[in-house]
Ligand binder design. Structure first.
Ligand SMILES: C[S@@+](CC[C@H](N)C(=O)[O-])C[C@H]1O[C@@H](n2cnc3c(N)ncnc32)[C@H](O)[C@@H]1O
Length: 300
């Protein structure tokens, strides 16, 4: 632990109380998991950008620095050569909101895409037991595993591309992506149990998309966009430009409309199930709480 002398319990309780009041932490399951998991163990240092744009390292090695970790803010933990954040400990209130949305029950097996610091993996372990938790990241897994181990957690943490899921450990009852994806990879659908859920930040473009909760029904994923905003960093390895769709080659399955949203469609490119949309912003303030989307992942 980076700062063993610090009493973190009052800090985590104060943050949990804040999230409870704002409705982001609700159920006894996630209350208990959140209040028993020390975030500072997973964030021994983080990065902050100063007014000149320079990133500086903040070591979490004093009582003040530990206290700063128990705020409802995302903390960048790695930055690439261009100065873009490439890993972080996500905003705690966003994590708890997503965990609540997942409707998890004892015995459920969860695949997390984007281990990062391992903090959210630890929350999953506390609620479901290590044997039911699987997590994958393109990097950072050694450090995450060590931190989890220091708290007695031994989930399955794998280095790899989350786009492929984790076939060797499937099936999963839930897939939780803590990265933004431009498309829902078909491997996630294929590795889900019937009735299982995918929760992901589906960002079709940088400015279009949001958290979407999709349930598997046969070869379909069907569900709703959430109203609360989410801004995850984009999945790496998937940013190759996508060729413009050739209408002749698209397997358009189904579209639906809502009072305030133009048609949504799901199409399967070779290798990907993809959704696209065009939100009528002039009417978005009057819309329903969630936006239905539906579609088939139809192998071609
Ligand atoms: C917002 S952070 C995850 C936060 C993490 N869940 C936590 O609690 O600290 C996003 C993570 O996704 C990872 N990532 C990016 N592309 C990925 C990919 N193709 N497969 C798996 N992980 C990926 C990044 O390396 C980064 O660590």
């Amino acid at each position: 632990m980076s700062s063993p002398g610090v009493d973190w319990r009052p800090l985590v309780d104060a943050l949990a109380d804040e999230l409870t009041v704002s409705g982001k932490l609700v159920s006894p399951r996630w209350q208990a998991a959140f209040r028993s998991t020390p975030r500072h163990v997973f964030v021994p240092e983080y990065r902050e950008q100063d007014s000149t744009g320079e990133w500086r390292r903040i070591a979490v090695d004093s009582p003040e620095a530990v206290a700063a970790v128990y705020r409802n803010v995302a903390l960048f933990t790695d930055v690439d050569a261009r100065g873009h954040g490439i890993s972080s400990s996500s905003m705690p209130g966003l994590m708890t909101r997503m965990l609540e949305l997942l409707d998890l029950h004892p015995g459920h097996r969860v695949l997390e895409i984007g281990t990062g610091t391992g903090y959210n993996t630890a929350l999953l372990c506390a609620a479901l037991g290590d044997a039911n938790v699987f997590s994958v990241d393109v990097d950072y897994t050694t450090a995450a595993r060590e931190r989890l181990d220091s708290l007695g957690h031994r989930p399955t943490v794998v280095t790899g591309d989350g786009r492929d899921g984790l076939a060797e450990h499937a099936p999963f009852d839930r897939v939780l992506a803590t990265v933004a994806v431009p498309q829902v990879p078909p491997s996630w659908l294929g590795q889900l149990t019937e009735g299982g859920l995918v929760l992901a930040d589906l960002k079709i473009t940088a400015s279009a998309g949001n958290l979407v909760l999709l349930r598997k029904a046969g070869d379909q994923l069907e569900g709703r966009f959430d109203t609360g905003q989410a801004y995850f960093m984009r999945m790496r390895h998937t940013d190759a430009p996508v060729a413009p769709p050739d209408p002749e080659s698209l397997g358009v399955a189904e579209t639906r409309t809502t009072p305030w949203v133009r048609p949504y469609g799901w199409i399967l490119f070779p290798g990907f199930c993809r959704a696209w949309s065009s939100v009528d912003r002039s009417r978005s303030g009057t819309g329903s709480a969630t936006t239905p989307v539906t579609g088939h992942a139809r192998p071609r």
